[in-house]
Design a protein around this ligand. Structure first.
Ligand code: SF4
Length: 385
């Protein structure tokens, strides 16, 4: 007999499951707390549940963690786990400790179909969507592992970013119940402001997320104009920049923060020139959107054929945005000694769709140069403190 994985349920789903077992709704809240707040997976431990319920659960339900294939800890405290999701697929989650927060970067898909040029997950191709339980299991495991590892009784993970492998808004039906569990006070109780969905720009789903479960939104922009973004983030061909930014503006009506974060991966000679920064300023002014920019040093991987922008150029780019009144940060690289930094998550994904091969063939056919839209290099500005 197949049993239900209780990590698949938000509280409403768990209540419906308990009702089917002939149990009162409040039992679901107790069960939910045992699982998510206390990390319990063994029903016999749940001593305030009636024995009859525990017996029913033993035959109808399970709390199924993802098997850990590897765990790597960086010298800066970052921890990366590779989880087995079956059939040769694996996904990664990364814990990033900071003085005032603990952030978990969570995956939503095994591989990714969007195929961004600078992303090692995108180069692996798409294998499959994760289920709600597989998304939640990353947080469930990490939180309770870390409490033991760090000998802490209270919550360790204060922030979740859906920035691991996959495009979360292309796995919407699994994502939303997972977000609800992250936010629920009977589970992880994270603030909406501290749960971030990062998207490459699936416009219709941005609107749905705003209506169904508004959390902080980050958008992988990476280019200030459509021709360049078409190449770096192929989804742009379907949802061009103007449409995307208008969707972001609509989202702000629901968002827990009063700005959208635009992520911008700095690629040497590709999107890091002074005119790109000026185009970004014009774009933001044209749409009048409240936003912040987060400039990300690219983490090179061999198949990309791309290089990291030199730091002085990143700082000059940041300065152009800042001087135009746009709040701009440069992301600190964390965990790069364990390949846990942004854009380096690849897992061990079996490329069933052969997307990577198709992409390589397409590029070869187009004889696309590695450096896109080359521009005259200007003298770089040195860092000023
Ligand atoms: S950056 Fe995000 S959307 Fe783009 S390929 Fe990587 S995982 Fe997919």
């Amino acid at each position: 007999m197949t049993t239900a994985n209780l990590l698949d349920f938000d509280l409403e789903g768990l209540a419906a499951f308990c009702e089917k077992l002939g149990e009162k709704k409040f039992r679901a809240t107790q069960l939910y707390r045992w699982i998510h707040q206390r990390g319990a997976s063994d029903f016999t431990q749940m001593t305030d549940l009636a024995k009859s319920l525990r017996e029913k659960l033993a035959t109808t339900a399970r709390v199924e963690a993802l098997p850990v294939i590897t765990q790597h800890e960086s010298k800066d405290g970052t921890i990366k786990w590779l989880f087995d999701v079956g059939d040769g697929n694996a996904v990664e989650a990364v814990f990033i400790p900071e003085d005032d927060r603990g952030t978990l970067c969570v995956s939503s898909q095994a591989g990714c179909a969007v195929g961004c040029r600078f992303c090692s997950t995108g180069h692996q191709g798409f294998s499959r969507n994760l289920g709600t339980g597989e998304i939640v299991a990353q947080l469930w495991f990490a939180e309770h592992f870390l409490r033991k590892h760090l000998k802490r009784d209270e919550r360790v993970i204060s922030n979740v970013v859906m920035m691991g492998m996959g495009e979360p808004l292309q796995n919407y039906s699994a994502l939303v119940p997972a977000l609800r569990t992250m936010l629920d006070d009977n589970a992880y109780g994270l603030s909406r402001r501290r749960v971030t969905v990062s998207t490459s720009g699936v416009v219709p789903m941005i609107d749905r997320l705003g209506a169904d479960c508004p959390v902080a939104l980050a958008v992988s922009l990476h280019a200030p104009n459509d021709p360049l973004r078409d190449d770096l983030v192929p989804l742009n061909r379907k949802y061009p920049i103007d449409e995307l930014i208008e969707a972001c503006k609509r989202y702000l009506a629901h968002a827990p923060r009063d700005f959208i974060t635009f992520e911008y991966c700095m690629l040497d000679g590709v999107n890091d020139q002074p005119e790109h920064a000026r185009q970004l300023v014009d774009l933001v002014r044209k749409h009048g959107i409240s936003c912040k920019f987060n400039l990300i040093p690219f983490n090179p991987f061999p198949a990309s054929g791309l290089l990291r922008s030199p730091q002085p150029r990143v700082l000059a780019f940041a300065r152009t945005l800042s001087e135009a009144g746009l709040v701009t940060t440069v992301r600190k690289t964390r965990g790069d000694d364990i390949d846990a930094a942004c854009g380096q998550l690849a897992g061990d994904v079996k490329d069933r769709t052969r997307a990577a091969e198709r992409m390589a063939q397409r590029r070869a056919a187009e004889q696309r140069p590695v450096v896109l839209h080359p521009v005259r290099k200007t003298k770089t500005v040195s860092q000023e403190h």
